[in-house]
Design a protein around this ligand. Structure first.
Ligand SMILES: Cc1ncc(COP(=O)(O)O)c(C=O)c1O
Length: 365
């Protein structure tokens, strides 16, 4: 049975009538930018995430940029984040005029290691970006505690973790500002690019909303230069429909992950661990295998799609040679990077598909 890595067509087929009606509603209204549809989704998603305000944006990357500016990050500041994240996290730091400071991760969870965060703080540090990688929230209690003691802001990268929680509370996953991505393949995905910043800070929300719209609160009145980072109404309408299904989809992702976990128990396939008290929403289901190339080839032969998130840590990317880290700087991330493999994971998978992928992975690993 072929199993694609992701199947967005299956999701669309399951909600086609609702989506088509939502898109038609925006087209008929001709209110394509801003307006009630965008505001409604901002409020609904902020409420879902446990934040007071939601500021829509045109991508997760722009949301991260706004989130850093909303948290007060300025030119010349240092911002600490994990070395194994997607480049958008560090691009946003650079876009804000700051310098990325990378740290290694915890081996079992692959999440930023709070002890290493604290060791990396210097006089120029103003913020920490914990990345809730793969859908598992980082150790926010420890990170908030470090931030409080050193007077830093926490800007959470929740691009992969819509609806995750810590001790049953989604608010515990949030930073001072928190950026979400609605890239099509995300747990809550648009039909194009989209993102949002969630925050409880009313002043930060007002600033970010203005920055996302050319630095204006009132048309043609510009307090400062900003960007065109606005969220489209069509995307907001689609996302609002999908938000009503997200709880059910997350439940199914978690059930699929539990089924994979059971299948891999006692085998050489080692799932990335989930720490106690954290609700992992499994944007990605990632395992470690000894012979990754052989495993990928075997799965491919059977028509099973896989991914690697991410194949090269940021400190070894040519784009960040100027940071001067080099090979050996972050041994845990460097060790694990050659073993990680993302297996198919989406709500619409049948149990038989999970069983097929698991059996093929075990056979090759
Ligand atoms: C961890 C992480 N941060 C940031 C982003 C950027 O989001 P976007 O692609 O919506 O700009 C992504 C998604 O691609 C991501 O996975």
């Amino acid at each position: 049975m072929p199993v694609p890595f992701l199947d967005l067509k299956a999701q669309y087929a399951s909600i086609k009538a609702e989506i088509d009606a939502a898109i038609a509603g925006v087209v008929e209204s001709c209110q394509f930018i801003g307006g009630g549809t965008v505001r409604r989704f901002e409020q609904n998603f902020a409420a879902y995430s446990g934040a007071a305000h939601g500021v829509g944006s045109c991508s997760g990357t722009s949301a991260l940029h706004l989130a850093l500016l909303g948290a007060g990050v300025k030119r010349g500041n240092h911002v600490i984040t994990a070395c194994n994240t997607f480049i958008a996290t560090t691009e946003a730091i650079t876009h804000a005029g700051a310098r990325p400071v990378l740290v290694d991760v915890d081996e079992s969870s692959q999440l930023i290691d709070p002890e290493r965060v604290e060791a990396a703080i210097d006089a120029k540090t103003t913020a920490i970006i914990p990345v809730h990688l793969y859908g598992q929230p980082a150790d926010m209690d420890a990170i908030r505690d470090i931030a409080r003691r050193h007077g830093l802001k926490v800007v959470a990268d929740a691009a992969q973790s819509h609806g995750s929680d810590i001790d049953g509370d989604r608010r515990k996953t949030l930073g001072d500002t928190t950026a979400f991505s609605f890239y099509p393949g995300k747990n809550l995905g648009a039909y194009g690019d989209a993102g949002m910043v969630a925050t409880d800070d009313t002043d930060a929300a007002t600033l970010m909303r203005a920055l996302a719209d050319h630095g204006s609160r009132e048309k043609y009145h510009h307090m400062y230069e900003g960007w065109n980072y606005r969220l489209d109404a069509i995307q907001a309408a689609i996302l609002d429909v999908k938000l009503s299904h997200l709880g059910d989809w997350t439940k199914r992702r978690r059930a699929h992950a539990a089924r994979y976990d059971r299948a891999f128990n006692g085998t050489p396939v080692k799932p990335i661990a989930c720490a106690p008290g954290r609700t992992h929403v499994y944007h990605l289901y990632v395992v470690r295998v000894r012979d990754r190339e052989r495993t990928i080839a075997h799965l491919k032969e059977k028509g099973i799609g896989t991914g690697i998130h991410y194949p090269i840590p940021l400190h070894l990317q040519p784009a960040y040679a100027y940071l001067g880290y080099g090979r050996g700087a972050f041994p845990t991330a460097e060790k694990v990077v050659s073993e990680i493999l993302s297996l198919p994971m989406y709500a619409e998978m049948a149990d038989a598909m999970i069983d097929e992928v698991a059996a093929a992975t075990i056979a090759a690993a």
